[in-house]
Design a protein around this ligand. Structure first.
Ligand SMILES: N[C@@H](CCC(=O)N[C@@H](CS)C(=O)NCC(=O)O)C(=O)O
Length: 208
């Protein structure tokens, strides 16, 4: 499989964690978001949305990280990212979607670029925007996650796969994680696992 991503892309980071947890081999192609490579014709031929990640399965190209996670789960069920009964699985999906649908998109690069170029917002204003939406989402998430020791239960799930990259973003933009002790504890615990460590942005071939 080939993962099209970028070391700092949190959506691609999700897929790296999942592939590592499931023990699947993959190659990576870096799409340099800072240089605008997501809008090159070549990449738009892979994902017309101009977003990473995209996963070439060898047979198909898949986009959208949550859909890719679901496909990986169905295709390689051995190490489950959605364990438990239907209620547990719905909770896992709910936390994952909270992050992937309601927190992450507001702070995407193209949103920040629009705030800068079209709405004349300076760096301080853009960073305030960024921190605001993470803090708002994390305040609710802090009350929704468990502590056993992952977001839901005793093994890492799709919820943790979405949480860890979002905490990485939060820290990068100066969100004080002391206000979210449960999220911080889950993040710290996840990062003791090799699959999460290997997926960290700083451990990717395109890291600068
Ligand atoms: N909903 C998409 C979001 C993908 C996404 O927003 N990717 C970001 C990086 S984390 C991106 O490619 N941004 C490029 C841009 O904003 O121009 C998914 O989950 O895959």
């Amino acid at each position: 499989m080939i993962l099209y991503g970028y070391f700092r892309s949190s959506a691609a980071y999700r897929i790296r964690i999942a592939l590592n947890l499931k023990g699947l081999d993959y190659d990576q192609v870096a799409v340099n978001l800072r240089e605008g490579a997501q809008s090159d014709d070549g990449y738009l031929g892979i994902n017309p949305q101009g977003l990473v990640p995209a996963l070439d399965t060898g047979e198909h190209i898949l986009e959208q990280s949550i859909a890719i996670l679901e496909w990986l789960e169905e295709t390689y069920p051995k190490v489950s990212l959605l364990p438990g009964d239907s209620f547990a699985r719905a909770r896992i999906r709910s936390l994952a979607q909270h992050i992937a649908c309601d927190i992450h998109p507001l702070n995407n690069l193209r949103i920040l670029n629009y705030l800068k170029s079209n709405l004349d917002q300076d760096e301080e204003a853009r960073n305030r925007w960024y921190r605001h939406w993470i803090r708002k989402g994390f305040s609710a998430l802090e009350q929704q996650v468990g502590s056993d020791p992952f977001c839901v239960g005793a093994q890492p799930t799709m919820a943790d796969i979405c949480l860890v990259p979002q905490v990485y973003n939060a820290k990068r933009f100066g969100v004080d994680m002391q206000d979210f002790p449960r999220l911080e504890a889950i993040n710290t615990h996840c990062l003791t696992l090799q699959a999460f460590k290997d997926a960290m942005p700083s451990n990717q071939p395109d890291a600068i």
